[in-house]
Design a protein around this ligand. Structure first.
Ligand code: CS2
Ligand code: MG
Length: 405
């Protein structure tokens, strides 16, 4: 008898931070896991899955991954968006996990097999001032990273994106019922960051790959100015230089600088980045596998990028679960134009809740050979850490007007 989906459960837990996990079980007793974590809107995706998707999955053939994707995407009528596409992404990851487990193969083998032996990764270095930042970069190099993103404080600003306070690890979402409000000053940032990144490059020499994230805060003209001012720093990429819903705004930036550009972590379908890729307005596409409809859709984005010589640098912060990290590494193993994987690490408790076959060594990630995505989920341990409301900050300019955080 053909295998059928008999249950689809949504589990929200908070071991150090909130995660949303989809658990799909079949008549043959095969369990697949998907990640539905969307930082600050976890419960919206959990409800979308519980109330509107899970009931539709019961009785479906788990092997029909693409048909299920089309059913959930076209069947809902309303298109796109992070909540919808994260829910579809979670189902997609769970079904790829089931297919791999059913066939006894790691998912990358089902995607055409390996085109490389390991996945280059990068991580975050942060510091309130240059000395602190240089120490953080040195720590990351000692951990084996060959690529490091550098973010620093800005004189006059109390809090800045990407820089954590005190010894705690960086987690952008603050626990509580309301977002924290931060003050942002683009002029102070633009006057400060070229000197910071120049100091980092002088400290590390020419070999270490350096990245920086402008986090959607500049106008196209300011982005062009920053990109031009950083050309001598030889960045591996400058990320999210300007809000990219307005895709053709990147034409202005592209016309003024050769600094490589990376955009895409807030995108959730191919249509959000089709112009950026087909006009070569970016060098790296950054979509997160979980937020952009899962493996089935993201591999189409990566294929479009391949024909335009755009490389892939998937989003992989601490606020997607080890399940998404696994999917990213499996997809990266079989994607010719893969560039680099963001990897911040998860800490021992999260690794215990989500035991995984993927591993990090010497600056690279490898998927392991476990069937499926190779990630398990300790429900009993997860249940000890219930959801806690947490929101990403919001940012206002010096005059009090809202800007992008
Ligand atoms: C950042 C993210 O890692 C990055 O590139 O842009 O950390 C982003 O701020 C968070 O994912 C938001 O939840
Ligand atoms: Mg980013």
């Amino acid at each position: 008898m053909t295998d059928r989906i008999v249950s689809a459960e949504v589990i929200v837990c908070s071991p150090t931070r909130n995660f949303v996990t989809l658990k799909v079980t079949t008549t043959d007793g095969v369990v697949g896991y998907g990640d539905a974590t969307l930082n600050g809107r976890e419960l919206a995706v959990a409800s979308y899955l519980r109330d509107h998707v899970a009931p539709l999955l019961l009785g479906r053939d788990p092997a029909r991954i693409e048909d299920t994707w089309q059913y959930l995407y076209r069947g809902v009528y309303w298109r796109r968006g992070p909540v919808t596409m994260s829910a579809i992404g979670a189902v997609d990851l769970a079904l790829w996990d089931i297919k791999g487990k059913t066939l006894g193969q790691p998912v990358y083998q089902l995607l055409g097999g390996a085109v490389r032996d390991r996945i280059l990764s990068y991580t975050h270095a942060t510091g309130w001032d240059v000395p602190q930042l240089l120490d953080s970069v040195d720590q990351r190099r000692e951990q084996g990273f060959r690529a490091v993103r550098a973010q620093s404080g800005v004189p006059g600003l109390e809090s800045v994106y990407g820089v954590h306070k005190g010894a705690a690890g960086y987690e952008p979402a603050g626990r509580g019922a309301h977002p924290v409000e931060e003050v942002w000053d683009t002029d102070a940032y633009l006057n400060h960051v070229p000197g910071v990144l120049t100091a980092v490059r002088e400290h590390v020499g020419s070999e270490l790959k350096l990245l920086h994230d402008a986090h959607h805060r500049l106008t196209p003209q300011q982005a062009a100015r920053l990109g031009k001012s950083l050309e001598a720093v030889d960045l591996f990429w400058l990320e999210d230089v300007t809000p990219a819903e307005d895709q053709h705004a990147l034409r202005l930036v592209r016309n003024h600088t050769t600094t490589p550009l990376a955009i895409g972590e807030v995108f959730n379908t191919i249509w959000d980045c089709q112009q950026l890729i087909s006009e070569n307005l970016i060098d790296f596409i950054r979509v997160a596998i979980a937020h952009a409809g899962g493996i089935s859709h993201v591999r189409k984005i990566f294929a479009l990028a391949e024909i335009h010589q755009v490389r892939c640098g998937p989003h992989g912060p601490s606020d997607v679960s080890p399940i998404t990290m696994a999917a990213s590494v499996h997809l990266g193993m079989s994607t010719p134009n893969f560039g680099i994987q963001e990897f911040m690490g998860y800490g021992p408790l999260v690794d215990e809740v989500f035991p995984h076959a993927w591993s990090f060594a010497d600056g690279y990630l490898t998927p392991g050979e476990a069937p499926g995505l190779g990630v398990d989920f300790d429900e009993a341990l997860a249940s000890q850490y219930p959801y806690e409301p947490a929101y990403l900050p919001v940012a206002r300019r010096l005059d009090g007007s809202m800007t992008d955080w």
